[in-house]
Ligand binder design. Structure first.
Ligand code: 16G
Ligand code: ZN
Length: 549
């Protein structure tokens, strides 16, 4: 009774916007910030119920990532630090769209009964909440805290301004009973980075690798956090631009999404940066792409995207596994870790071919971190990346236990031996790279450590393979749900006949590949095309876009 009264009273303060259908898409709810108050309040309730149900710490992150600064959004981190289980998404949608407070309370009642969640205040629940640097974040965060406070026993812990992956990391480690402050996060990154650099046999004979690195912080939280982390790092000369402290606007002609889609220099980069290693984060620092500025007067860049980051990680990890497998006969390890690589249909065809030629197992999933992550978690070591720069490397608990020094000793893999060093490098990677979600800060440090190990310039790295020319278009539609796909979004199953028409277009182009999919974040159908020349890729994309219109 007390609980229901509280819910009714509080939710009346956050009426939902009229005539809007909200949907928990690939990355939570995302809209113009002005309509999100009730959604934040209700997602606060959702997070509290999730914490009660799982009896674990849950995360609530307020961000709209790479979207424009006037947008905002919210997503939930599950106890593992990963995305909210898909089983709860329908409930999230129902909550956000409940027309009145009474409907809302009825929904909560039904759902908690079905899920056996007790609302009698007998249990406590903790929710870590954070936001990115968007000005709307503060008010929205208050609404979310109100939602959490509307469930008796639930307590919000405000972590302030964080990158999305920092919050996911905190939830992940908190639920393992470990220390989870921002300082712990920075220490973990800087210590494992140092460890990786020190384990480099070629430490003294560097030439191709350049200490200088210029970072585009997208005028968001990533640049600010890197300023702090930088203080703890040795061996890198990092210059941060678009840190959010100056005039620039969040994500406006800056950041990973802009750089990867437009392939032109972000604001405050230009001829002074020719040939230097540059990297762009997105607005909440869960994505990164590298690039260089070529000489000449054009504003084009050479993009080193998520596929190439994935390839770099895959090469290095595979090398360590090979060294480990070459251990002497009297060792007792009978373990060959299964390494898997996960991409989406957006991965450049040249990257997929390259990875397969390396002998790696490559699988495709639909777009969205939740799909890639889930697939990668099936391997002992699973590497996933989207071309747009979101990705990480997952290590199974079993794999990590076999890389521990104590286990290695027991198995006659002795300190100082090459297999021992390889195992410890893998262990350091597992500590460096975020195990909960893609993370621009930890991704950057792993790229830097590997380039240094291999003594590679960004040019050498970039030439691993040549990207096939590609084109992305979007077509505005009234109802994007009219298009349904299968086979990791590579085939259209609805409306009938459309895939056949697309196939006829593809057949006209050498090395042609094309797919369409409904966006998970905007009311558009996206078209992706690849072919042997840029002109052909453009033509293919355009003609398929006409089929969709
Ligand atoms: C979201 C996804 C990202 C995906 C993008 C696609 C997460 C955390 N983020 O930003 O992985 O690439 O959506 O957007 O899952 P789209 O559906 O509009 O093409
Ligand atoms: Zn992001």
């Amino acid at each position: 009774k007390e609980q229901l009264d509280l819910l009714l009273r509080e939710s009346d303060r956050f009426p939902p916007p009229h005539g809007m259908r909200l949907s928990y898409g690939t990355a939570g709810f995302r809209e113009d910030a002005s309509v999100l108050l009730s959604t934040m309040y209700r997602v606060g309730i959702l997070a509290a119920l999730r914490a009660l149900k799982t009896e674990a710490v849950i995360g609530l992150m307020i961000t709209a990532s790479h979207n424009k600064v006037s947008d905002n959004g919210v997503k939930i981190a599950d106890p593992s630090g990963g995305m909210l289980t898909q089983e709860w998404e329908p409930f999230a949608n129902a909550l956000a769209n409940a027309p009145s407070s009474r409907d809302l309370v009825r929904l909560i009642n039904e759902f908690t009964e079905k899920e056996n969640i007790l609302l009698d205040g007998s249990k406590s629940a903790q929710i870590l909440v954070a936001r990115d640097t968007r000005p709307s974040g503060e008010v929205l965060l208050d609404a979310a805290k109100n939602g959490i406070g509307s469930i008796i026993g639930a307590v919000a812990q405000d972590m302030g301004i964080l990158t999305t992956p920092q919050l996911h990391w905190m939830v992940h480690v908190r639920n393992k009973g470990l220390e989870s402050s921002e300082l712990n996060y920075f220490d973990g990154l800087s210590n494992s980075f140092k460890w990786l650099l020190d384990s480099n046999p070629n430490n003294n004979e560097l030439n191709d690798w350049d200490k200088r690195l210029v970072v585009d912080g997208a005028n968001g939280v990533g640049g600010q956090k890197l300023e702090l982390l930088k203080e703890k790092l040795n061996g890198l000369a990092i210059e941060i631009r678009n840190s959010g402290k100056g005039e620039g606007v969040l994500n406006e002609r800056v950041g990973a999404d802009f750089v990867q889609k437009e392939k032109i220099v972000p604001c405050n980069f230009g001829s002074q940066d020719v040939g230097i290693r540059c990297v762009s984060f997105d607005g909440d620092a869960d994505r990164l792409v590298y690039f260089t500025v070529p000489s000449g007067s054009s504003n084009k860049i050479n993009l080193v995207d998520g596929d190439k980051i994935l390839s770099l990680f895959a090469i290095f990890i595979k090398e360590q596994l090979t060294i480990l497998a070459a251990r002497s006969k009297d060792t007792k390890i009978a373990f060959e870790p299964r390494l898997g690589v996960v991409q989406t249909a957006y991965a450049n065809g040249a990257s997929t071919q390259y990875l397969k030629d390396l002998g790696l197992e490559v699988v495709l999933t639909p777009t969205g971190v939740k799909y890639l992550h889930e697939k990668a978690a099936e391997y002992d070591i699973g590497i996933y990346f989207e071309a747009n720069g979101h990705g990480t490397v997952l290590f199974s608990d079993y794999c990590i236990s076999l890389l521990q020094p104590s286990y290695l000793e027991l198995s006659n893999v002795f300190a100082g031996s090459e297999p021992h060093k390889a195992a410890l490098r893998l262990l350091a990677i597992s500590k460096l790279i975020n195990q909960a979600v893609g993370d621009a800060l930890s991704g950057l440090l792993l790229v830097e450590a590997i380039l240094r190990h291999k003594n590679w310039s960004i040019h050498k790295w970039s030439e691993l393979y040549q990207d096939l020319p590609s084109r992305q278009l979007k077509v505005k539609v009234v109802d994007r749900t009219a298009v349904e796909t299968s086979n990791a979004e590579t085939k259209v199953v609805k409306p009938p006949g459309l895939q056949e028409a697309i196939d006829l277009e593809i057949a006209k182009y050498p090395q042609g590949r094309c797919f369409i999919r409904p966006s998970g974040t905007e009311d558009v159908i996206r078209v992706y095309a690849e072919a042997s020349t840029q002109e052909a890729a453009d033509d293919l994309a355009n003609s398929v876009a006409k089929l969709v219109d």
